[in-house]
Design a protein around this ligand. Structure first.
Ligand code: ATP
Length: 421
């Protein structure tokens, strides 16, 4: 029994090793400060990694900000007045237990300014506080009526005692967070809003192409919740190294606004014009880790199989997140007629789909393998029939390896349909 488990664990480690090596080989993600031997808990994104990450962030923005009329997007600073972190409870309580039983505060402290004037502060360990401290600014400049939300994407820093599992637990990472403010007088509405935001989180995971069977809903029991949270639901995902937290949602009541009101002395209440009542709104917080989403997407997509008798490594990325949507190849690079036609088609597709790549090096088979490895859903090849006979091209599907002839004038609509599926 034990041997079986060990074998399983080894297989999972191999998957992670292969994935990390593909990410480096193909320009997705590199070890941070690599030429100096690296820095534990830091990873740099290359061109394809940023492409993938940007697609994830843009899908989030579309679902949670652009397609709604109740969200205010902000971009607050990483450095904040240290009193923010005292009020939020991070200075006293943002700790991890050390092996010897003592507690270690995982905020990175830093010194702001020079000499005697220097002040201690911290690199933010979450983006949330940047929204609470701007709550009054949003009220004063936009006069929104409840419910409404604030949304932010940005870096967060935690001095994790043992960073591990590639992008899963790092010391510098990116979060996408929402503080959604609701009327505390209507409990039923709060329950409904919590459920609606949770459902949106699930729809967003579907936008990324994550499989339902790998996603698990965990109602966090009262004993495990932060003391201010009335309800928390964690969403866990089957990573190669096990089922772990991907994102979460918490009903934080009026804890944060009240804490900042008490500490700053500034009134952070809301005036309800209809009932002429003043109160402090309650808050529901959906929170997402961008890098964990990148890892979830990549680890689900990674696969090895054989196609046409040849072994291949591929990323089965959903077209919605794939950093390159289409690759265009001339069958040969030394035949002017092929190259000029391929360039023409490349430019046409690029205008329409943006993330289009042109490749003319090596055999067609090698070019297909390269695109499979970076998860490009479709490859378009221009051959002699294209220019001499039928003005049609070969479109090859990443997942099945099947090829279809498509007339150039129908190519855009054909690919549009395929990429939307
Ligand atoms: P964990 O229990 O795994 O440390 P957490 O409960 O402390 O996570 P939160 O404080 O709720 O996490 O942070 C919100 C989100 O930020 C998490 O769901 C996760 O996606 C992401 N996150 C937190 N810590 C890290 C980290 N060290 N590296 C990468 N992402 C992180």
């Amino acid at each position: 029994m034990k041997k079986k488990e060990e074998k399983k664990k080894e297989e999972k480690n191999v998957v992670m090793e292969n994935l990390i090596s593909l990410c480096k080989r193909r320009g997705f993600i590199f070890q941070g400060s690599e030429i100096y031997g690296g820095l534990a808990g830091t990873w740099d994104y290359g061109p394809l990694g940023t492409g993938l990450k940007d697609n994830i962030k843009n899908l989030w923005l579309k679902r949670f900000v652009i397609d709604r009329n109740d969200m205010f997007k902000v971009d607050a600073t990483i450095l904040m007045n240290q009193n923010v972190w005292k009020a939020s409870g991070h200075v006293s309580g943002f700790t991890d237990p050390m092996a010897d039983g003592s507690k270690f505060n995982t905020m990175f402290s830093t010194s702001i300014g020079a000499g005697k004037e220097a002040m201690t502060s911290y690199l933010r360990p979450e983006t949330a506080q940047g929204m609470f401290v701007n709550f009054k600014n949003i009220i004063d400049s936009f006069h929104p009526t409840l419910p409404f939300g604030m949304a932010q994407i940005g870096k967060a820093f935690r001095n994790e005692i043992s960073p591990r599992d590639f992008l899963f637990r790092t010391r510098e990472f990116e979060q996408m967070e929402i503080e959604y403010f609701v009327d505390p007088r209507n409990e039923q509405k709060i329950i409904e809003t919590f459920d609606a935001l949770y459902s949106e989180q699930m729809r967003f995971l579907a936008d990324l192409g994550l499989e339902k069977s790998r996603i698990h809903k965990i109602e966090v029991p009262a004993d495990d919740r932060a003391h201010y949270s009335k309800r928390s639901v964690d969403t866990e995902f089957d990573f190669p190294f096990g089922q772990r937290e991907l994102l979460g949602i918490a009903y934080r009541t009026d804890y944060d606004l009240k804490a900042h009101m008490d500490a700053s002395g500034v009134d952070l209440s809301y005036f309800d014009e209809e009932t002429k009542q003043r109160f402090v709104p309650h808050c529901i917080e959906p929170t997402f880790g961008v890098d964990r989403l990148v890892l979830a997407v990549l680890s689900q997509a990674y696969g090895e199989d054989s196609l046409g008798g040849e072994k291949r490594v591929y990323l089965k990325l959903s077209p919605s997140v794939a950093p390159v949507k289409i690759a265009v190849f001339p069958l040969q690079k030394n035949k002017e007629v092929l190259v000029s036609k391929a360039q023409e088609i490349y430019k046409m597709l690029r205008k329409q789909f943006e993330a289009v790549l042109y490749d003319d090096t090596g055999s067609i088979g090698k070019r297909y393998r390269r695109q499979d490895e970076i998860g490009t859903p479709y490859c378009v090849t221009i051959d002699f029939d294209t220019v001499e006979k039928d003005d049609s091209v070969t479109v090859r599907d990443r997942d099945t390896g099947e090829q279809e002839r498509v007339v150039v004038k129908d190519l855009i609509s054909y690919l549009e349909n395929k990429l939307e599926d």
